[in-house]
Structures are given as C-alpha cells and as structure tokens.
Design a protein around this ligand. Sequence first.
Ligand code: HPA
Ligand code: ZN
Length: 348
Amino acid sequence: MSGGGASRVLHGASLAAFVQALPKAELHLHIEGSLEPELLFRLASRNGVRLAYADVESLRAAYDFHDLQSFLTLYYQGAAVLREAVDFHELALDYMARAAADTVRHTEIFFDPQTHTGRGLKLETVMEGLLGGLNEGARRYGVSWALIPCFLRDLSEQEAFDTLELLLPWRQHFKALGLDSAERAHPPSKFQRVFARAADHGLPAVAHAGEEGPPSYITEALDLLKVVRIDHGVRAVEDAAVMQRLAREGVPLTVCPLSNLKLKVFSDLRQHSLRQMLRAGLCCTINSDDPAYFGGYVAENYRAIAEAQDLTREDLLQLARNSFTASFLPSERIAAHLAELDAFAAAN
Ligand code: HPA
Ligand code: ZN
C-alpha cells in the first residue's frame, strides 16, 4: 500500500502503528531518566539503599511534577540506587531494548557524571557499566549509540572544569558535551570557558536552553557555547528574531513533548510550540528525555504530539528525517538511514 497523499493526518491505531514502525534516531535521552521504578526497586534492594517509597505504585504516584525542579529532586534521588557497574549495564541495556522496540536505529544518550561522582562513585564504574550495556544492546538489537556527558548547570564552573578533567581520559567514547539540570538563573554564559576548553579537545557542544529559561538562553548557547544543537528550545517562539535565526542557520532542536507536558512548560499538548516551529521551517526532532518519569518512550512522544496537533504523515516523516540529519553520525550512515526512511515512506 502506498502513502495516499502527503498531507494525510493520521489518528488512533493507524497513527500509533505508523510512528512505532517509523525508522528514527533519538537525540535527547538521559540514561538516568530511563530508570523504570521496577528496576529502581530491584537495585535498591540489591544495593541496600533505603527508599522513601514503600513500593512501585507509591513511587509512580509521586511522579506528579509542577516544574523542572520538582522533577529533578526525585530524579537525583532515584539515581542513588545506581552503585555498581552492573547497575549501569542493566540500565543501558533495558533502554536499548525499549529503543529497538520503537524502531530507533541510532540513539545519542546523555548521562550526568556529577550525579554519580558527587556521591562517591568512580567515573570508571559508570563508564564501564554504560559502555558494557550499550555495546551489548547494539549487538543484540542493531541500534547504534553515542554518549554525551552533561555538566550540571546548578553546580559551579569550577566543578564543571574538574569534571571535564575526569572525562578527558574517556574522550574517545564521547561525541559531544552537554549542559542540563536546573535552567532558571543558570545561563549558558556561566560555562563559556569550560566549553571553550572542551572545544580545544575537539568536543562539540549541545545545551538545554529555552525549556524553562528565556529565548535569550538559546542565543547565549549559540553565541557563547557554540552549540551545534539546542535541547528543548521550545520557548524560541516567544522571540521572532530567535525563530528567524534558528530557521536561517538550520539549528536542530531536540523537542520532548511529554516532558514539556509533565513539567508544565505547556498546560496542554495542543498549546505546545512544536507545530509553529515546524511550520516556521525549524529543524525539530522528537525525543523522550526521561521516559521512565514522563510516561512514554520516543514513539509515544511522536504519537501524542501528532494526535494533539494534527500533524500530517509528511510532518512525521520530516521529524524522523531531521533526527538522522541532526545526529552526530557520519554522512554515509545518515544517507543509509534516510534511504531506509524513504523505503518506509514508499511502503506506508
Ligand atoms: N532538563 C534539564 N535537566 C534535565 C532534564 C531536563 O529536561 N532531564 C534530565 N535532566
Ligand atoms: Zn533533557
């Protein structure tokens, strides 16, 4: 069966089937945010970590956030059950299985070194576990991966410099450096010198900007950190000049609809800025951010935003195309993925 028209809007079961089978890359996923409550409890028990919640149900019930900080508080608590390399291995392998089930062909994964070194773990423990789980996942499921360590922006510039020094011996395993955590009052400019030093080592920059912070943080990330991609960026619509610049320069945005909904960046997915950014020609992608906390992996993010905003079949294909072109993959791998996507479009 062929596509039946470029502007067809899909709904219901046909939409769900289309986005699930759509070949895609995921470019915004925090591995600590893929820690499902079941694994969290299992690791807590194995590692003798006491939890403030009696069971999986009461923990899940606590996933009712009113802003980014209310989420981050629980998210950092949750990460405390990760103690041994094997814990990180299981976490990464579980995510790779879920990604593969959503027809993710390539994934670029954030992790927060300071969340772990700050409670006494060695970076080596984290790296050994993540690399083991990701490599096993790649072998089992045929999903390629890249790793992007992030600095926590609510910590100091000096702590970011210290973390960069710790990371440099592992440089070959990283495709970029990122910036995440509490955005308000922690502008990109705070880390200009750290990202300049990372650039001396050939590490490109990406940064969360314009999630809760103002559009000026997007401009700072571009001008001061020299980012090649903006994570979230959904508040760009509040500034026409920022919108024009993002379109003109083709800066990719890693948009995470269910995250924005759960953290009350938008009150309703119908109010989300994705459609406006797409129509303005911005290079948007769809991602899951912290799927264990926000209630959906990447296909569910495509489905929910498409349903809420009447996205067309062509919009969905464009979002998937963008996910490959905005990745850190070499051009020949991107071309191969786009060819698979074209074949999917011809057949669906
Ligand atoms: N924003 C900032 N920091 C984060 C996020 C996010 O969406 N997820 C995990 N750390
Ligand atoms: Zn994020």
